[in-house]
Design a protein around this ligand. Structure first.
Ligand SMILES: Nc1ncnc2c1ncn2[C@@H]1O[C@H](COP(=O)(O)OP(=O)(O)OP(=O)(O)O)[C@@H](O)[C@H]1O
Ligand SMILES: [Mg+2]
Length: 421
């Protein structure tokens, strides 16, 4: 097992496009790190540079304190589990797991010991004589992991290993991978574009946008203290609501009313004309189910609910609102960056399952004003950030930098000669 250090890693493909742009991430020995971001943000590229399947254009890659930039993949002793975990269909589960050991010329007794140990950990004992074709997706996944385990690798690397599985199995496998990683205590880097996997699996999560690192922090830090609009919109489900806001002292004017936020959160937001407020769906509630001492006129507002989705334990209510052009522009761009997850000029409000609010009601909604974030619409920066609880945020403006890269990319992309020379 070993730590992995990425120091100012750059990857430029042949067309000059920086798929990974000056990324520095330290993965501690035994840590479970998630690389997350929308499609095309450079996750697989970064992972492939760790394993050695892709050349590093600039920067240093260290594994166990040793620079590996020029080492061939097999000399790095890492174990990679891909999205389509290539198992050999004509070999039994036993022989699939044994494969790397056979390749290394290990004795039958050593092979047997290692395979049985791995199979026990992975609960594959009763399947050892079966062929992969007869196994479920989850079982195949475990076989692929077994093959990685027997190698005693320095680290595990996963590239979206669960994306072929159905939702239920994905949930099970997630728990299994997490349990296994903790038991083995092996350094792990795991790529996904699924924020749920990122939140549930990782000790820490590195969020990438167009090859630029945005924030590297624990799931809780990302959720409670996102560095910018991009991270705020990416982490959390349903996504954070963004609405136009004006700040005067610690009073914040929102489309549906004015609330008071804590003094220290308002401090950096003074003197700006128009801001974007971020409020998570979970930080709203049906006022009639909130403790009465929390409900003041200050923190409640009336709104017409146009759709309610009741899920039993909770309900989502949708409330349309109007945004000025300036804010709408930033939100449209954001939606594009996030792979267009939701329509942003409606509020999504999460209500307790006991709530009786229904479609068409003019409802009284409570908002937890202490949890409201304020973002600068020009830079995307979180002005209410608590730096001490936000993990690592790269210097400069990472969100704007990623947007610059995006523009350059748009300039060279459409079949121009610049892209091929
Ligand atoms: N061999 C290549 N040559 C040129 N450009 C490439 C190559 N491989 C990837 N890219 C570009 O690099 C960027 C990052 O790609 P990468 O595969 O790392 O993204 P990703 O984050 O893994 O996305 P996904 O979630 O879709 O797998 C993309 O813009 C892609 O077009
Ligand atoms: Mg990928």
């Amino acid at each position: 097992m070993a730590a992995i250090e990425m120091k100012n890693i750059v990857k430029q493909y042949g067309d000059g496009f920086p798929a990974v742009n000056d990324v520095s991430i330290d993965v501690e020995d035994g840590e479970f790190l998630i690389l997350v971001g929308p499609s095309g943000c450079g996750k697989s590229t970064l992972l492939r540079m760790i394993v050695g399947l892709e050349d590093i254009t600039e920067g240093d890659m260290l594994i166990g304190g040793k620079k590996v930039n020029d080492l061939a993949p097999r000399d790095r002793n890492l174990s990679m589990v891909f999205q389509n975990y290539a198992l050999y269909p004509h070999l039994t589960v036993y022989e699939n797991i044994a494969f790397p050991l056979r390749l290394a010329g290990k004795s039958d007794s050593e092979v047997d010991e290692k395979v049985r140990e791995a199979s026990k950990t992975l609960e594959l004992d009763e399947h050892l004589e079966r062929k992969p074709g007869n196994l479920s997706g989850g079982q195949r996944q475990r076989v692929a992991m077994g093959r990685a385990i027997v190698r005693d690798a320095e680290a595990f690397l996963f590239d979206e290993p669960l994306s072929n599985l159905d939702a239920k199995l994905r949930g099970q496998m997630r728990t299994e991978i997490s349990r296994l990683q903790k038991r083995l205590g092996i350094t792990t880097v795991y790529v996904t574009h699924d924020q749920t996997e990122a939140m549930t699996l990782g000790d820490r999560v590195a969020v990438l946008k167009r090859g630029v690192l945005q924030q590297h922090a624990t799931p809780r830090e990302l959720y409670e203290n996102p560095a910018n609009l991009f991270v705020a919109g990416f982490i959390g489900s349903p996504p954070m609501n963004f609405v136009p806001a004006k700040v005067d002292g610690n009073r914040v004017e929102l489309p549906f009313g004015t609330v008071t936020i804590p003094e220290e959160r308002a401090a950096n937001a003074q003197g700006k004309d128009l801001l974007i407020a971020g409020i998570r769906p979970q930080h709203f509630e049906d006022a009639s189910v909130v403790d009465s001492d929390k409900v003041t006129d200050e923190a409640t507002f009336k709104a017409t609910v146009d759709v309610v989705e009741w899920l039993g334990n909770e309900a989502y209510a949708y409330i349309p609102f109007e945004a000025p052009d300036e804010v709408r522009e930033q939100l449209t761009q954001l939606e594009k960056d996030l792979d267009g997850e939701s329509l942003r000029t409606q509020l999504v409000v999460s209500l307790d399952g006991a709530s009786r609010i229904k479609e068409g009601d003019e409802a009284t909604i409570w908002v937890d004003a202490r949890k409201i974030h304020l973002f600068d619409p020009a830079t995307g920066d979180n002005l209410t950030l608590d730096r001490d609880n936000a993990g690592i945020i790269p210097g400069g403006n990472a969100m704007a930098k990623a947007e610059e890269v995006g523009k350059e990319q748009d300039d060279v992309k459409p079949g121009s000669d610049a892209a091929t020379t």
